[in-house]
Design a protein around this ligand. Structure first.
Ligand code: MN
Length: 225
C-alpha cells in the first residue's frame, strides 16, 4: 500500500479542455520517504516486479477514470506509461482487454505511452505488438520523442496516435533557435504522418504561445498543474 498515482492533466491548446491525464507512479516509503521512480523502476524492470506493478498501475488508473466519469466529469483519456518489459510481454493485449472490461471502459479511453527506446529494441516485434493493441482499440503514443534512438523508417510503420515532445526541447524554446527549429520540425512531421502532438514540461505562457503558433495540439506541464 505504499504506491500511489498522481495524475497530470493534458490540456487542449485553447486551454479549454482536459483531453486526458497521465498517471504517474509514486512510492512513499515509511522510512526512506519519497523514492524516485528513476530509482525503483529500473530495479523493478531488472527483477521482473514491473509486471505486477504495471498491472496494478493500469488497474488503479482505469478504476480512477471510471470513478471520475461516474461522478459526472467529462470523458477523458487515461495515459499510462508502459515499460519495455511490459511491452514485450505476450499477454499484454489480453491484460488490457480484461482491465478495460473490469472498469467498464471503452478501449479508446486508454492510451499507452511507450518510449522510443522501448519501441526500437526489436522494431518488427514492436510493430506486431502495436498492431495487436491497435486492433483492440487502444491508443499508443511515443513518449520523450526526439531524445532516444528513433528510426523514421519504423516510425511510419508504428500504429501510433500521438508524439510526446520531450521537455528538454520545450525548456528553452523561447530563447534557443535550435530547440525552436527541432520542435517545429517534429510538429510538422507528426502532422504529415497523421499523428497528434503533445508538448511535455510546459511551464510558462511564452512556451505555450510558441507551441500554439506552430500547431502543437496539446500541452502538459506545471503551467497548468
Ligand atoms: Mn510519459
Amino acid at each position: 500500500g505504499q504506491f500511489h498515482l498522481q495524475y497530470q492533466p493534458q490540456i487542449s491548446m485553447d486551454g479549454r479542455r482536459v483531453v486526458g491525464v497521465e498517471a504517474l507512479l509514486r512510492w512513499q516509503h515509511p522510512e526512506l520517504g519519497m523514492v524516485s521512480p528513476a530509482e525503483f523502476i529500473p530495479l523493478a524492470e531488472r527483477n521482473g516486479q514491473i509486471i505486477p506493478i504495471g498491472s496494478w498501475v493500469m488497474r488503479s488508473a482505469l478504476r480512477q477514470l471510471r470513478a471520475w466519469m461516474d461522478a459526472g466529469l467529462p470523458p477523458m483519456v487515461m495515459a499510462v506509461n508502459l515499460s519495455a518489459v511490459q511491452f514485450r510481454h505476450p499477454n499484454l493485449p489480453e491484460l488490457m482487454t480484461r482491465l478495460l472490461d473490469e472498469a467498464q471502459l471503452a478501449p479508446e479511453y486508454l492510451e499507452l505511452e511507450l518510449t522510443e527506446g522501448a519501441a526500437m529494441v526489436n522494431p518488427p516485434q514492436a510493430i506486431a505488438m502495436m498492431d495487436k493493441l491497435h486492433a483492440c482499440g487502444v491508443r499508443m503514443s511515443i513518449d520523450d520523442f526526439g531524445i532516444g534512438y528513433s528510426s523514421l523508417n519504423y516510425l511510419k510503420k508504428f500504429s501510433v496516435y500521438k508524439l510526446k515532445i520531450d521537455q528538454t526541447f520545450v525548456r528553452d524554446i523561447v530563447t534557443d533557435p535550435d530547440d525552436r527549429a527541432i520542435v517545429c520540425a517534429i510538429i510538422q512531421m507528426a502532422r504529415s504522418l497523421g499523428f497528434k502532438t503533445v508538448a511535455e514540461g510546459v511551464e510558462t505562457a511564452a512556451q505555450r504561445d510558441f507551441l500554439a503558433r506552430h500547431g502543437c495540439d496539446e500541452v502538459q506541464g506545471y503551467l497548468f498543474s
